[in-house]
Design a protein around this ligand. Structure first.
Ligand code: DX5
Ligand code: ZN
Length: 219
């Protein structure tokens, strides 16, 4: 499976998002990860659809909206219209998760589901066939620069097994604390999409992406 690198703009310079979006695009990222926080589901606030819309035209890369917000179903359409190519909602944040996934698809964009470190895989088992990507949090969501939670590795492996057993070709992404030490571990466990914020933006973006690819194989 091709390993995809998805830099998170959370660690970028918010005062010049156009430049940051261009930087990750020129550096050969596979997509751009957008951390949307509402100050309720997580104790932090970032940006919403209007900001995403403002830089949508600056890149051809897929924009992945990671919605760390309560009741994401109320805003799915706004994020799709802002230009997100995939919308990822938290299983913990949407009571009728299956319906929310259908709403995302009705907007004509890809659907993903994210789960917190404390959420068991069984929370998504019954929707696995409905989504394009499962995002496994390897930190508690809300902030960049946190330490990778090692005990999530078996969960990644179990998710890959679950998908294979069901005959589903699923992208499994890992978000939080991804760096040169941890990237290899998550890929070996079965993840194929690496979200990285701090590591990418504190290590020169282009060289950081190249180093991650070299460490994990590009295959
Ligand atoms: C955390 C976010 C992550 C975060 C990752 O709530 O979902 O995407 O930006 O940042 P690093 O790579 O710094 O752990
Ligand atoms: Zn994220």
């Amino acid at each position: 499976m091709k390993i995809k690198i998805s830099p998170s703009l959370l660690a970028s310079d918010f005062s010049n998002l156009e430049r940051e979006v261009r930087r990750v695009t020129e550096a050969g990222a596979d997509s751009i990860h957008l951390d949307v926080m509402d100050g309720r589901f997580v104790p932090n606030i970032t940006f919403g659809p209007a900001v995403i819309k403002s830089f949508r035209a600056k890149t051809d890369l897929p924009l992945i909206g990671h919605l760390m917000i309560e009741q994401p179903e109320l805003l799915v359409r706004d994020f799709a219209e802002a230009g997100c190519d995939m919308i990822q909602v938290h299983a913990e944040a949407s009571v009728h998760l299956h319906r929310t996934i259908q709403q995302i698809k009705e907007c004509g964009v890809a659907a993903g589901v994210a789960i917190n470190p404390s959420t068991p895989l069984c929370a998504v088992e019954n929707v696995l066939g409905e989504i394009e990507e499962l995002l496994i949090m390897t930190v508690n969501p809300g902030f960049g620069g946190q330490e990778f939670i090692q005990s999530m590795l078996p969960k990644i492996a179990a998710a890959r097994k679950m998908a294979e057993k069901a005959g589903i070709e699923l992208d499994i992404s890992v978000d939080g604390g991804v760096n040169l030490d941890t990237c290899r571990l998550v890929v070996e466990a079965g993840a194929n999409v690496l979200v990285a914020g701090s590591f990418v933006f504190t290590n020169g973006v282009g060289s950081a992406i190249a180093e991650l690819r070299a460490r994990c194989g590009n295959g």
